[in-house]
Design a protein around this ligand. Structure first.
Ligand SMILES: [Zn+2]
Length: 324
């Protein structure tokens, strides 16, 4: 079969947000300055493949304890949200929001379950043993309103965010399913790779903002997305920070947050295209105590072990990359 025919686009019609795009603005921008929705290419109902772990298997394997914890969490959301919102339990997930039960179930079947299956197959060996709540809001205004009411959160990203202490994803689902997969990556990685370096945590999660989930259940692949434009502008101006600096920096969420996200995302795409991303994940995880930033694991992927050469190769790859 032609590779392109193995996937089906499921993205619902999405609003195109207005773009206000300047390099200065972008490099210092919060994520909510981003102009475009995030897309996922996936299959509506991925077929089960013998031998592959599926979310249904997780549900079957989930002991009664996880189911009970999920039911308790669901009760919590029913009390907090009231009758105008729906709540459903799909262990390890509890979904809630101002959508119908059917729409919540659609999001689970079409995006969350295939993404979890793909992420688990590709990266994660430790499965969640606590509930993950996913709150889906149908409009930007209901999303902002509930973020404020439930958590006191103001000025949040237009797309959605993750509250790690509560294991809760809060999503403006009108911006597409890509952000859901971004935040889901964080939520699942927390069980498998505690202490994941921040640049890699955000690089891998944002790689999945625009991704293709393989129909046969064998993983997912990041695609080029809107974060490339600003990155290329910085690279063309010769101002791209070295990858060694990116990996070691302690101010990932500082003034250059937009650039840091983009550089981390495209470093992950660069590794993916070279077939090195899975190796990097496993090595960085295994060596996390001795190498907490992933510095040694990253340069160790390259025979030359030369950061300057890696910077040149990465810059030239970025310059030649094109939007799909
Ligand atoms: Zn993130």
């Amino acid at each position: 079969m032609h590779p392109l025919r193995r996937w089906l686009l499921i993205v619902a019609p999405l609003p195109i947000l207005s773009a206000s795009w300047s390099l200065t603005h972008w490099t210092g921008a919060q994520l909510n300055a981003s102009p475009e929705p995030n897309h996922v290419v996936a299959v509506p109902v991925a077929p089960r493949v013998a031998g592959l772990v599926t979310s249904a298997d997780h549900a079957n394997a989930a002991d009664g304890a996880l189911r009970l914890l999920c039911d308790t969490q669901a009760e919590h959301w029913r009390r907090q949200l009231g009758p105008e919102c729906a709540v459903i339990v799909r262990p390890p997930f509890v979904l809630a929001g101002d959508l119908t039960h059917e729409r919540l179930d659609d999001w689970h079947q079409q995006t969350i379950a295939p993404a979890m299956r793909a992420l688990t197959y590709r990266y994660f060996s430790t499965q969640p043993d606590e509930p993950i709540s996913i709150l889906l809001w149908s409009t930007e205004s209901s999303y902002n309103q509930y973020a404020r009411r439930l958590f006191g959160d103001e000025d949040v990203s237009v797309y959605g965010y993750y509250r790690p202490q509560l294991r809760t994803l809060v999503m403006n689902i009108s911006t597409g399913g890509g952000t859901l997969v971004h935040e889901l990556t964080h939520a699942l990685a927390a069980f498998d790779f505690p202490g994941m370096p921040e640049w890699f945590n955000e690089g891998l999660a944002s790689l999945h903002e625009a991704c293709r989930i393989r129909e046969d259940g064998t993983g997912l692949d990041g695609l080029v997305n809107w974060r490339l434009d600003g990155l290329q502008s910085v690279a063309q101006a010769g101002q791209l920070p070295s990858l060694r600096d990116l990996v070691r920096r302690r101010d990932f969420r500082g003034p250059q947050i937009g650039l840091n996200y983009a550089q981390a995302r495209y470093l992950c795409l660069f590794l993916q295209q070279q077939g090195k991303l899975d190796d990097f994940y496993q090595t960085a995880k295994e060596q996390r105590h001795a190498d907490p930033t992933g510095h040694d694991a990253l340069i160790g992927l390259f025979e030359h072990r030369d950061w300057s050469r890696l910077d040149r190769e990465f810059s030239s790859w970025v310059a030649n990359l094109r939007r799909d």
